[in-house]
Design a protein. Structure first.
Length: 251
């Protein structure tokens, strides 16, 4: 099957890895499942065998869509031929998202999931290892940043396992990792999502500086005397950022 480099396509061929991903998916119960970027159907062939679920896939490449429909007739009318980034929610009820996600848009995919977070309780996905580690990292880590905080504000993120580039055809130049997102049961307490996002992005925008220097325009001089502002952004937990929104100018 022909690959399209522009779509960042690398086909997963390692059956043991594929089964590990499907086994991780089955740890949660669900009725509706969306697969992103089924490609040659490595995951799809197992997903369509899961009993009593509604399955849909989103695939931008029309040659892959034709291949899938020919080889898996059950997929008739179940493939959305668009970019994942442009589609509306494919189910009216809650749905789980799974995929070997295209690496060139993987961060955008995670933010798209955030837009749907009230409908998506679980995501299992393979990403470039660097993105997977960033999504799952905790405060104090060098790769902890905007992505980590904004995703973990709504989801518990678990890094499940590494995937070698030898597990793909053709082998990508980067290593991969599989992560699981499970929606948090208790929401963070902040003044507004807008303030929280602005604070996080501003704080990490100058991550080498102390928080005091990075966000000084957002707090009064009195508030900035607090010791927490001696820290850098990467030292603050989600709860620290959330609590600070109540002390921002105009809060």
């Amino acid at each position: 099957m022909k690959l399209k480099k522009s779509l960042g396509q690398h086909f997963l061929k390692d059956e043991s890895i594929i089964k590990q991903i499907v086994d991780a998916l089955k740890e949660d119960s669900f009725t509706n499942l969306l697969e992103v970027g089924p490609g040659g159907g490595a995951l799809t062939k197992y997903l369509i065998q899961i009993p009593d679920i509604n399955f849909k896939a989103v695939e931008l490449d029309d040659t892959k869509t034709a291949y899938l429909q020919k080889n898996y007739p059950v997929l008739k009318d179940k493939i959305i031929a668009q970019s994942f980034l442009n589609i509306d929610a494919p189910f009216d009820e809650p749905f789980v998202v799974i995929g070997n996600f295209p690496y060139n848009i993987s961060t955008q995919i995670l933010f798209k999931v955030l837009d749907w977070r009230n409908q998506v309780p679980v995501v299992i996905g393979m990403f470039q290892k660097e993105v997977a580690e960033r999504a799952a990292s905790k405060e104090g880590s060098k790769v902890y940043g905007v992505l980590s905080v904004l995703i973990q504000a709504f989801y518990q993120v678990d890094y499940l396992f590494d995937v070698s580039n030898e597990c793909f055809t053709p082998p990508p130049k980067v290593q991969s990792g599989v992560i699981r997102l499970r929606r948090r049961k208790i929401d963070l307490n902040y003044t507004s999502e807008k303030s929280f996002r602005l604070l996080v992005k501003t704080a990490f925008g100058q991550r080498r500086k102390t928080l005091r220097n990075a966000v000084k325009g957002m707090f009064s001089p009195e508030v900035l005397q607090d010791e927490i502002f001696n820290k850098r952004a990467e030292a603050l937990s989600l709860e620290d950022f959330a609590a600070l929104t109540f002390r921002m100018n105009g809060a």
